[in-house]
Write a protein that binds this ligand. Structure first.
Ligand SMILES: CC(C)(COP(=O)(O)OP(=O)(O)OC[C@H]1O[C@@H](n2cnc3c(N)ncnc32)[C@H](O)[C@@H]1OP(=O)(O)O)[C@@H](O)C(=O)NCCC(=O)NCCS
Length: 191
């Protein structure tokens, strides 16, 4: 979750609630810090994302929430329990980056895909936004599967910093253009 650029202020709306079939997403709040710290203090999560240190405590979570700026992060609620986060981070006036994690206990039930699919349309609410990017470390193909299911395509390889591992890690870059997003939406609607 990178530092905000001043040109991207207010790029994205911040709806109070987003519902999907099994999940509810709402904007992250300071009250979520202890629950988030509990779930994220897990090497299997920290080592798969860029900016989560390991170990991770409630102060780390508070600092992260305080510093979010215009990044739109939603907590993912399943049966009244916070199980993960999904966010859109403005990168420029025309693009933002998608990120997510799910607590380990809830992996493999389609929740990351469902939550991200529900939040993605927010990115394209602003007509200026033409591109959503994302990436996963090469040793985390599970996240690549989420991105494929969301309609993203691979767009090259690179190195991204991993705070928990303290080094740059080989990664696969992904992108979803507005054109592809809208074509997929139309195809789903006509099924
Ligand atoms: C990657 C991650 C978000 C996937 O969450 P999820 O809710 O399990 O995702 P989904 O159920 O939608 O499925 C995605 C893929 O996870 C994998 N998966 C399925 N069951 C799994 C299990 N029990 N354990 C681990 N991975 C599993 C599969 O590859 C699946 O793809 P498929 O359905 O096409 O086979 C989750 O593992 C996670 O939070 N990992 C750590 C943080 C992270 O990687 N964030 C993304 C950084 S780019």
């Amino acid at each position: 979750m990178a530092a905000m650029s001043p040109i991207s202020r207010n790029l994205l709306p911040n709806p109070a609630r987003i519902k999907s079939k099994r999940l509810t997403m709402r904007p992250i709040a300071m009250k979520d810090a202890s629950r988030i710290a509990k779930l994220v203090n897990d090497r299997e999560i920290a080592e798969k994302v860029s900016h989560i240190p390991y170990p991770y405590d409630v102060e780390d979570a508070r600092r992260w929430i305080r510093g979010l700026g215009d990044e739109r992060v939603f907590v993912i609620i399943r049966r009244f329990r916070l199980i993960g986060c999904v966010g859109l981070n403005p990168k420029s006036q025309t693009s933002c980056e998608l990120g997510y994690w799910i607590g380990r206990k809830w992996w493999g039930r389609g929740y990351a895909t469902e939550a991200a699919a529900a939040v993605l349309p927010i990115a394209f609410t602003n007509p200026a936004v033409v591109l959503v990017t994302s990436a996963h470390f090469k040793d985390n193909p599970e996240s690549g599967n989420v991105l494929y299911k969301l309609g993203f395509s691979p767009a090259g390889e690179g190195l991204r910093w991993c705070e928990a591992r303290g080094q740059k890690i080989e990664s696969v870059e992904f992108r979803l253009t507005r054109m592809v997003f809208e074509a997929n939406r139309k195809a789903r609607a006509s099924r």
